[in-house]
Design a protein around this ligand. Structure first.
Ligand code: UTP
Length: 456
């Protein structure tokens, strides 16, 4: 597109203001800005702007929403673990961590994966995840691929951190970074594109749903398939307790021939802020807690338990052929619209404005919108304290303090000890589960000082 065609295109969408600072830009800046502007889908943004006041999720009518059948944590067939271990031995499983979010609630000035969460060791989230992958690689005598999805906001620091830390013992070729896409933001009142600076649009990560398209568009999905990978274990960077590529879960997924499998934590309180897995129009889907009416959140079944209690800890297994199917053609996911406070460059005054109220629309893809596209699915209950310690906020619920307390409590449980007063932490290189941990400590083990159990 020539510059005058681009200007005409932006003018026809009422977006000419982006060119206001054009004359002040160097040739290099102009060329970069032109490339950026050419990549924006103005028709899509105009359509999304029209939807800004629509209810955020068009939930089916109540009679088309049902609780999702979930396999209980105590109903796992013993053969599942063997099936999962075989898949690991055969190098058919890759591990994917999404780490592109900006972690605004935590208020940490680096990517969340760098956060020192280890209660005794101070190990970062990335170290803990990478060491789980390393331990699996040792155990199954293979190099389990670790796919790290970053975003423009987190990429450079994440890659640098892995280099600085020697890839935490993993082979460099085992770790594959790929970047999710970006999305512009629109001014809430006018629908105009927000700028970061003259010659620079505001661009944010396009949501964790961006993972699936990025996996395909980067060529990584094809590469994994060619290498014989059949399942991708998906999790979020901010959960230090996640049981990465849990062999029983992998095996259950394979044995049930599901296209997507999800772990579920049972909710105890109706209004807990966690997404809910449910049957929507007969298919497995996830409803955000904010989109489910309060009566439904608190609805109880005949057994007295919450009817919609299948909480989403964002732990899934995706089949590679399923991912291929949904990342091509008409199956691409739709955007969710959120009203947010976004600082922006105001070309009228030449200053950056930090808003105090929501001023912008941001658009994100959600990975769980892929679930209803699966023809076969599986949901498996996991014990919350064993696998879910979300790190979202600086204090209070889901904070570093609560996550560390859960890690310490797990270490005591794994060691078969009553809860003690000093912190104990188990490195993934020491043990990946309770049986392994217990087999390694002396029967007389009784910690009196902060203790980090690590590989010798
Ligand atoms: P959250 O939705 O909790 O967002 O992400 P966040 O960035 O961690 O935190 P806030 O909302 O800004 O406080 C859940 C997971 O999805 C990833 C995050 O890195 C985290 O692992 N994510 C989120 C992405 O990879 N990309 C995104 O665009 C958004």
């Amino acid at each position: 597109m020539t510059l005058s065609e681009l200007k005409a295109h932006y003018a026809s969408h009422g977006q000419s203001h982006v060119f206001a600072g054009w004359d002040t830009l160097s040739d290099k800046q102009r060329s970069a800005f032109q490339t950026q502007l050419e990549s924006v889908d103005l028709d899509l943004l105009a359509d999304l702007y029209l939807l800004r006041n629509e209810p955020s999720a068009a939930l089916p009518a109540r009679e088309y929403i049902d609780p999702l059948p979930v396999v209980g944590a105590d109903e796992v067939p013993p053969s599942a673990k063997t099936a999962g271990e075989l898949a690991l031995w055969n190098s058919e499983v890759a591990v994917l961590v999404v780490a592109g979010g900006q972690g605004t609630r935590l208020g940490f000035d680096k990517p969340k994966g760098l956060f020192p969460i280890g209660p005794v060791s101070g190990a970062s989230l990335f170290q803990i995840h990478a060491e789980k992958v390393l331990a699996l690689s040792w155990k199954y005598e293979t190099e389990v691929p670790l796919l790290v999805m970053t975003s423009a906001a987190t990429h450079a620091e994440t890659v640098e951190f892995f280099h600085e830390e020697g890839f935490f013992g993993l082979a460099e070729s085992q770790v594959k970074f790929f970047q999710q896409g970006t999305m512009p933001a629109l001014d809430l009142a006018t629908g105009q594109l927000l700028l970061d600076a003259p010659g620079q649009l505001f661009l944010g990560p396009n949501g964790h749903g961006g993972t699936l398209t990025a996996l395909h568009d980067s060529g990584l999905l094809a590469e994994l398939e060619a290498a014989g990978i059949k399942q991708i274990f998906y999790f979020q960077v901010d959960n230090p307790l996640v049981k990465i590529a849990d062999p029983s879960f992998v095996g259950q997924h394979i044995q049930s021939r599901a296209e997507v499998s999800s772990k579920v934590v049972f909710k105890e309180v109706g209004e807990e802020k966690v997404g809910i897995l449910a049957l929507l129009d007969g298919r497995c889907g996830i409803v955000e807690y904010s989109d489910m009416p309060t009566e439904m959140l608190n609805e109880r079944g005949d057994d007295g338990a919450l009817a919609f209690r299948a909480g989403n800890p964002a732990i899934h297994i995706f089949d590679v052929p399923f991912l291929k199917r949904i990342t091509t053609g008409a199956h691409r996911l739709g955007y969710h619209i959120a009203k947010k406070k976004v600082p922006y460059y105001d070309d009228a005054t030449g200053t950056t404005v930090t808003p105090t109220v929501e001023n912008a629309l941001k658009f994100e893809l959600f990975v769980f919108d892929a679930l209803p596209l699966a023809d076969r699915w599986l949901a498996v209950q996991t014990v919350r304290d064993e696998e879910f310690a979300p790190l979202k906020n600086a204090t209070g619920n889901d904070s570093p303090d609560s996550a560390r307390a859960l890690m310490i409590a797990q270490a005591y449980r794994w060691l078969g000890l009553p809860k003690g007063s000093v912190p104990v932490e188990i490195s993934p290189l020491y043990a990946l589960d309770a049986d392994e941990a217990r087999s390694k400590v002396e029967a007389s083990f009784a910690p009196t000082v902060p203790t980090y159990l690590q590989a010798e």
